[in-house]
Write a protein that binds this ligand. Sequence first.
Ligand SMILES: *[C@@H]1O[C@H](CO)[C@@H](O)[C@H](O)[C@H]1NC(C)=O
Ligand SMILES: *[C@@H]1O[C@H](CO)[C@@H](O)[C@H](O)[C@H]1NC(C)=O
Length: 429
Amino acid sequence: MVVFSVKPVFSVLVVSLSLLFLLALLSPPSPFSQNSISGKPSLGEVDIWSVRRLVEWRPCNWWLQAHQTALPLETNGYIRVDCYGGLNQMRRDFCDGVGIARLLNATLVLPNGFADVYDVDYFVQHMNGFVKVIKELPPEIATKEPVLVDCSKRKGQFDYVESVLPSLLKHKYISITPAMSQRRDRYPLYAKAALCQACYKALRLTRSLEMKASQLLDAIPKPFLSLHLRFEPDMVAYSQCEYPGLSPASVKAIEAAQIDRKPWTGELARVWRQRGKCPLTPNETALILESLSISPTTNIYLAAGDGLMEIEGLTDTYTNIFTKSSLLSGEDFTNMHGNTKAALDYYVSINSDSYVATYFGNMDKMVAAMRAFNGLYKTLFLSRRGFAELTSQGLGGKELMQALWKVHRDDFAAGRGSALPECFCEFNL
Ligand SMILES: *[C@@H]1O[C@H](CO)[C@@H](O)[C@H](O)[C@H]1NC(C)=O
Ligand SMILES: *[C@@H]1O[C@H](CO)[C@@H](O)[C@H](O)[C@H]1NC(C)=O
């Protein structure tokens, strides 16, 4: 009898030991675990980027290897895509517009201002076979202004073939601003492929912008992290979030940026914050970066506009901070306008060793996509929601850091938070 009882105990022991071993093997290193597998625990080695990923986003094969559908011989007309807003919002709308032009078998007319930022010849060359593009209008319409078809505010089941094709056929030259939501699910593959090709392969900055941007890139000490911090007065005013404890200067700047939206207060403010609606402050950002074991000596390029508030909250901890105004010579820099400055941040951010975004805006989406396109996986969106939830539970100090690590580790491993557009597909690693 004794003989029989020993065996199960023994096997339970073996099984649990091997389970433990397996667990240790599988769990990604945490800055808080005492031993890493190599047996050399060292904070610098176990930052967020060393976490083993389960999923990676890559451009989908269906458009990379698109066997092209021949373009129709006859064009249905000319479409100019009108784009507004910041550089990356314009780019998003432009990419949409390329898909629409192909969907409608139209010829694409480049938007005003395109040539200020993007290389026209490069674009035309790389769109060959995907959509017809012209650099100059043919004589029969060159003197006309396009008929404006405004789709930008339409919502719901918006379909371009139903709604816009008749106007195109009638007027022959129209301009559109793409709708926020549309039936892209109805697009034939060749229209989607045109969109993807335009957005991720055919856009290159003009030679002179790219030269300036690569000068800037060269001037940043390597390796470096590009941090897109969004704590500017207009951003904060727009978010309608409450921030107790800001400096009087920041409070004044935010009030000046408020147009009609007043911040939520009391219970509403709490709920709003918990839903992840509030931009992270520089000191919250610093705290999260620390919890990810990103060393305080890391070189950080601040991809941000002018007027960041409360920046000491970051620079008190992270001292190796670089900005474009600190690295580019004065005259060069002051001659640049908003969109060309944004192009510099974009360029640096798609070439940095790592990219961290504190928000989920148009630039962040575009940069994340281009980094995925180029196989750069060290990209992370900080979780505003996670931060709000954990702090509202009263967590602080080491407990908070540990919980923040877990949230971001899981996001990073699962490729969450950086959900990329249709041109990208998830691959299990
Ligand atoms: C566009 O051309 C394709 C063939 O390339 C055709 O199948 C499709 O029906 C055309 N669409 C429109 C809206 O003209
Ligand atoms: C972060 O900054 C805010 C406002 O600037 C301040 O109220 C808060 O105490 C700071 N938190 C930390 C952890 O330094």
